[in-house]
Design a binder for this molecule. Structure first.
Ligand code: NAG
Ligand code: NAG
Length: 352
């Protein structure tokens, strides 16, 4: 099928030629316009055809990625919004983090029936595990199921990236090591920290590859990232655990308030799985805690992480039906402004 070049009338005070056509010629106008040789069409701007602007379709890249985020028990506001035992929430900052990089979110509500969870997983191109505190019960079981789903997909050659933060990283450490006591205590509640890079060659093929070297340097000298956790894992314990050290490579470490060093960023050796003990989403989207860095450098760190994760999701071969995506998007819910009553999150999506 041929495409016709688009012609626009130039902006001029002259009356457009279209209006000068006599009424009986009007039915033929489209034909006349087509037949008019472009050299004779004075005052007509020839635009490149739409096809010339369209990116050549690359079947390996999907520009409409959708990310599933697992909801966490509670309301994210210490019961001030909802005390329901079945209530769960997703802080809107995680959703905006994903949106900022050109993707949309489907909430994976942790206590929904398994068939709903699987149906929603069939619609996503990536998964995010948030921070939080719950390390047992139905929530932990759901995280295990979703983690296994991600691993199985990737093992089958179907790219499905996972980004796990804070609690998400802690739970994956427990799952991979098969040891629910693998974590250690650290003092890093409401703390801005540096990221130390113990091995620059390990950064190859990781999120940090897209960082400008100056920003890497600043990360190691300035407190550009937000920590908010009481647990973590030391590099020593991670290296000494066979399952963990063969699964992950350490990208960064950070010192807690007492100078105790824990692993702050890891990348799975064989999977598109990245975990951070810190919270990239907060630098741009959370304002409740005074320690959250909001500098231009901190914002760039966040943007690099969001862009990296969504770029991985674009490699996912999943092409979910548009109507099913719309039916399940988080836009079917409205976020609640919680920043006036709680310091934890500025906005939360509540599911009950
Ligand atoms: C939830 O319970 C707490 C403690 O009893 C109470 O202070 C709070 O107002 C309740 N929240 C709602 C939304 O009812
Ligand atoms: C540094 O990272 C590279 C790439 O992952 C790895 O091959 C090497 O063994 C690491 N070096 C040390 C000292 O851990």
């Amino acid at each position: 099928m041929g495409t016709f070049p688009v012609r626009l009338l130039a902006c001029s005070k002259q009356k457009p030629t279209v209006q000068m056509a006599s009424p009986h010629l009007l039915p033929f106008l489209p034909l006349l316009l087509l037949l008019a040789p472009s050299s004779a069409a004075t005052g007509v701007i020839q635009l490149p055809s739409a096809r010339a602007c369209a990116a050549p379709p690359d079947p390996a890249v999907y520009d409409r990625p959708v990310i599933g985020i697992v909801s966490h028990p509670g309301d994210g506001a210490s019961g001030k919004i909802s005390n329901g035992t079945a209530t769960s929430y997703i802080a809107a900052s995680y959703v905006k983090f994903i949106e900022s990089a050109g993707a949309r979110v489907i909430p994976l509500i942790y206590n929904e029936p398994e068939e709903r969870l699987l149906e929603k997983l069939s619609l996503v191109n990536g998964v995010l595990f948030t921070g939080g505190s719950q390390k047992s019960g139905i929530y932990f079981e759901t995280i295990k199921k979703v983690f296994q789903y991600v691993v199985d997909k990737n093992d089958a050659g179907v790219i499905l990236p996972l980004f796990a933060q804070c609690l998400g990283f802690e739970l994956i450490s427990m799952i991979v090591s098969k040891d629910n006591n693998i974590l250690e205590s650290f003092s890093a509640s409401n703390q801005a920290s540096t990221l130390q890079f113990p091995n620059y060659s390990s950064l190859e093929g990781s999120v940090f590859e897209r960082f400008h070297p100056d920003l890497i340097k600043k990360l190691s000298t300035s407190c550009l990232v937000m920590q908010n956790h009481k647990y973590g894992i030391s590099p020593k314990r991670l290296r000494e655990n066979g399952a963990l050290s063969s699964f992950f490579r350490i990208l960064t470490t950070s010192p807690d308030e007492n100078g105790e060093v824990y692993v702050s960023t890891v990348q799975a050796q064989k999977y598109p799985i990245t975990c951070t003990q810190w919270h990239p989403e907060k630098a741009i989207f959370e304002w409740g805690k005074p320690m959250i860095p909001h500098s231009e450098d901190a914002v760039q760190v966040t943007q690099n992480f969001a862009n990296y994760f969504v770029s991985q999701a674009r490699k996912s071969p999943n092409r979910p039906p548009a109507d099913k995506v719309l039916d399940n998007l988080i836009y079917n819910y409205s976020p609640t402004f919680s920043g006036k009553t709680s310091k934890s999150f500025d906005e939360v999506y509540i599911f009950s």
